[in-house]
Ligand binder design. Structure first.
Ligand code: 1CP
Length: 333
């Protein structure tokens, strides 16, 4: 059985598989070289040869247990014909959203637009399976995608003032997103993804009274769908105020925690397998400190099914030597 399945399905506590959020791209010199020659990020994601190469770069370097496919959560609005640009030093910028036209897009149009993502998953998963390692497919959660699609750029600290003004529009978009997220998940699994992670990066922006509508209900629908395809699903509702309640209502197979939440509280209160937690900024300090912080998480979760990972994506300025040291620390534990 693959390492992530041992922990998530068999609840094994004697191993700690490790992978790193945003491990593909961002900080590796060999990625930066490819990126320099490919200024259009979406086009790069749709070049299946290069995207599988980028996906495997960290696997070649480090003793990681899983590959996460080099793509983006914003492939959904892109596949639905909303313009998506990535501006240097600014982040994503999305075009205007026309729900009328968007509603006319069918499954075939959508899959045709982003099929190189599935081709990349297919070749990556062949390689990973031969090594008895996992291939992680992913999607953005409906709430986080709604944020980008309506806000049209990163919300940073909050969404635009009139964000919630048009309830009818919001509900139509949520339904549409749910439909195409299921299609995207199904195609990733059919092409070899053996774990699905759902990123709700902006869960922390909502008030608790809004969790049922924008987080619990739409995410539960997706989680149930992934389960129906017999693949484990990991949820990352970043900075949600109540991970326990989330875990009990949405019932993912595993939950990723952010670095602001107390891991000891999590290990006591949450029964399902846990992933992640370490602050990516620790990788910018020194090895002694990195070891101390890494052992803290490993000690706290020593009797809990636990996958080692960070509490958010690795930072672009991270030194690959520190990543190597981190993985060695986990493997030697
Ligand atoms: O390991 C990997 O890098 C795998 C591929 C991957 C994943 C899993 C990328 C490539 N993006 C993502 C997920 C993603 N994309 C999330 C969820 C995780 C998270 O919170 O980090 C989010 C919110 C996005 C949206 C996005 N795409 C942003 C964030 C902007 C913001 O609002 O702060 C950015 C900067 C991107 C572009 C992007 N996606 C991926 C890469 C390597 C890049 C940088 C592109 C570049 O080189 O300019």
């Amino acid at each position: 059985m693959t390492p992530l399945h041992e922990v998530i399905i068999n609840k094994k506590t004697t191993i700690n598989p490790v992978w790193i959020m945003r491990q593909a791209g961002r900080y590796l010199p060999e990625f930066k070289e490819i990126r320099k020659k490919n200024p259009n990020f979406i086009e790069l994601c749709l070049n299946h040869k290069l995207s599988s190469e980028i996906t495997l770069q960290p696997i070649k370097r480090f003793d990681l247990d899983a590959a996460i496919i080099f793509s983006d959560i914003l492939m959904i609005p892109y596949g639905l014909n909303q313009k998506v640009d990535f501006k240097k030093n600014f982040g994503p910028v999305l075009g205007d959203l026309d729900i009328g036209t968007m509603s006319k897009i069918d499954e075939i149009d959508f899959v045709e637009k982003i099929y190189p993502v599935y081709k990349a998953i297919e070749s990556v998963s062949l390689e990973m399976t031969s090594k008895n390692k996992n291939t992680i497919g992913f999607v953005g959660a409906p709430w986080t995608l709604l944020v980008y699609m309506i806000n049209q750029q990163s919300p940073k600290k909050n969404v635009k003032k009139d964000f919630f003004e048009d309830d009818f529009l919001i509900n139509r978009i949520l339904l549409l997103i749910e439909k195409f997220l299921k299609i995207h998940i199904k195609n990733q699994i059919e092409n070899g993804a053996d774990v699905i992670q759902i990123f709700d990066s902006w869960a922390g922006l909502l008030e608790e009274r809004d969790y049922p509508n924008y987080i619990y209900t739409p995410t539960l629908n997706l989680v149930d769908y992934v389960k129906s395809l017999n693949v484990p699903v990991i949820c990352f509702p970043r900075e949600i105020r109540n991970y326990k309640e989330f875990a009990e209502i949405v019932k993912p197979d595993a939950i990723n925690i952010d670095y602001n939440v107390d891991p000891l509280m999590i290990s006591k209160n949450i029964k399902i397998p846990v992933q992640g937690g370490l602050d990516p900024k620790i990788l910018l300090t020194d090895k002694e400190n990195l070891k101390k912080e890494t052992l803290k998480y490993l000690d706290i979760f020593k009797d809990h099914p636990y996958i080692f990972n960070l509490g958010h994506g690795i930072l672009p300025e991270t030194n690959p030597d520190m990543v190597e040291f981190l993985i060695k620390t986990v493997k030697d534990y």
